[in-house]
Design a binder for this molecule. Structure first.
Ligand code: NAP
Length: 505
């Protein structure tokens, strides 16, 4: 039988109603009523998380790994129901939900393995120098400790992998931090069923129930109260620049400011170097079209901008891009609001003198078809709006007159999640000029690939200078993401019996 949500919040092991309700707005299938979140529920969840920290924060890596693996198992046990409600709520295809589920359970298990290895503790040891003159040196050791209760805001476009039990939750739980999730209003039923899986894992492994709570949204007060709650010690956020900035400002204005790890939007520029463009303009255009339209363009790593040097090869590239994008069928967007924002974004381009339309499509209600525009480097630099993310399958080709201009344009970009070079061997000198600029601008620099598709591995960085993220020292994907929820502590002159056990294992 299909999953029917209970419409409640999960607070420290109890399913609770709220004050008033909101209705889900699925792309297809039945709408359901959900209890709206309240400040009182936020307080309860934060207090339970703090209480849970005193046991969970000091549990062994083995115990936490067992908990993470149990969550993965419980998600798999609900696989078909998750796919069904996930596809209904988001309009994403079945295969995408199935793939994302694999990524979500894979992340949980990866973190289980990672903490069992112990490297994440970054243990350091400086031996005592009792004979040192003029003053002896005491023994000093360093260890990473969990920060305390963490708030997590999932993204609309990753209902599983960046949501209730997604990367932020997995990293925080692995570190030893209890989590309070603010559910995304675009997929409350998907959030609920994943919370049920976490609840089952809590019961199975016997961890403190305050280690996880899900408070559904329905109003902005919930998120605002959560980031300002004095017991919350860090925030993991994936979403828009506007939403992320509003919550970041609240975190900074607290009496005790806390780190806000916001993974925000990006236009992910690609630089097509001359020899590569000459050799394969059409193939590059087709590849770009595939990346730009994947998931209706609703990826933070969507490569929205292609920079080319003007000339016959650039013409070949734009002609092929128009042809490839013109064949792409309209797709359903995640929410009515996102579809409207996409139409507004397209409008912004069509009404600007600085751009020339290459492919303009009509879309209505929740569907989106690709759009393509073109401008010059000079006009692009003169109009900041052209470098702002349009969430959806909209591309902009920027034609520059020379490699020097391309280098200057690269310097003009704001912080990005990714930047890409398409190059052949003969482009190496040009690429060498761009590399130092691109590595200052982006968290991940790619050669001859497309940035959509983020590997969950040890060496992944999914972050970047503002506005790509609010904290350039962090990543939200890969094992390094655990560091967001850890804090280094030095232990000076400790007798062995008083040292944290992690030093002794
Ligand atoms: P969003 O509209 O910013 O929403 C994200 C979450 O923040 C939701 O829970 C939302 O609550 C809450 N929120 C937003 N503004 C708020 C405010 N002023 N006060 C309190 N809470 C607030 O973003 P989205 O629609 O989920 O995602 C689309 C955007 O995310 C795109 O720009 C995309 O590029 C970006 N994104 C980035 C990454 C990355 O890794 N960098 C990944 C995926 C997506 P409600 O539920 O009430 O709306």
């Amino acid at each position: 039988m299909a999953f029917i949500p209970n419409g409640k919040h999960l607070v420290a092991g109890e399913w609770l109603a709220g004050n008033g309700t909101f209705s889900s707005a699925p792309a297809h299938g039945p709408a359901h009523e959900f209890a709206a979140g309240t400040v009182e529920l936020v307080n309860r969840a934060a207090e339970a998380a703090e209480e849970a920290f005193w046991s969970y924060g000091y549990s062994t890596a083995k115990e936490r790994a067992a908990f993470l693996r149990a969550i993965a198992d419980e998600i798999e046990a609900r696989a078909d129901d998750i796919t069904e409600i996930g596809t209904q709520e988001t309009g994403l295809p079945v295969a995408r939900l199935q793939g994302e589920r694999g990524r979500t359970t894979g992340q949980l298990r990866l973190f289980a393995d990672h903490i069992e290895k112990g490297d994440y503790l970054d243990r350091r040891f400086d031996a005592a120098l009792p004979e040192r003159q003029p003053a002896p040196r005491p023994e000093i050791r360093l260890l990473q400790r969990p920060v305390g209760p963490v708030a997590v805001f999932g993204a609309s476009n990753f209902p599983l992998a960046f949501s209730t039990a997604g990367g932020d939750t997995a990293a925080a739980l692995a570190a030893g931090c209890p989590v309070v999730v603010k559910g995304h209003s675009a997929h409350p039923g998907t959030g609920e069923i994943v919370a049920q899986a976490i609840d089952a894992a809590i019961k199975k492994t016997g961890v403190h129930p305050g280690v996880f709570s899900l408070i559904q949204g329905g109003n902005r007060q919930v998120g605002e109260a959560l980031v300002q709650h004095p017991l919350i010690q860090a925030v993991g956020f994936t979403g828009s620049l506007a939403g992320g900035r509003a919550l970041f400002n609240l975190c900074a204005a607290r009496p005790q400011p806390i780190p806000f790890f916001g993974e925000l939007g990006s236009v992910n520029p690609m630089f097509l170097l001359p020899e590569a463009l000459k050799a394969r303009a059409e193939t590059l255009a087709e590849g770009w079209s595939g990346s730009l339209t994947m998931g209706a363009g609703q990826f933070c790593t969507n490569p929205g901008i292609a920079v080319v040097i003007d000339g016959a090869d650039a013409d070949r590239f734009t002609t092929a891009a128009v042809a490839a994008l013109g064949k792409a069928a309209p797709q359903t967007m995640l929410t009515d609001g996102i579809a409207k924002a996409y139409r507004d974004g397209k409008e912004r381009f069509t009404t600007r003198n600085a751009v020339k339309p290459l492919l303009v499509t009509d879309s209505s209600e929740r569907s989106a078809a690709p759009n393509l525009f073109e401008t010059t480097g000079e006009k692009f630099l003169a109009d900041h709006a052209l470098s702002e993310e349009v969430f959806g399958p909209l591309g902009l080709v920027v034609r520059v007159g020379s490699l020097d201009e391309m280098v200057g344009l690269a310097k003009g970009f704001e912080g990005q999640l990714t930047a890409t070079l398409h190059m052949d061997a003969a482009d190496l000198d040009a690429a060498r000029r761009l590399r130092p600029i691109l590595e200052r601008k982006a968290g991940r620099v790619l050669v001859n690939g497309f940035p959509t598709g983020v590997e969950v591995v040890d060496s992944m960085v999914h972050g970047g200078p503002y506005p790509a993220s609010t904290n350039f020292g962090a990543t939200s994907v890969g094992t390094l993401s655990i560091r967001r929820f850890l804090r280094p502590v030095s232990y000076q002159n400790f007798p062995e019996g008083l040292l944290p056990e992690e030093f002794l294992r």
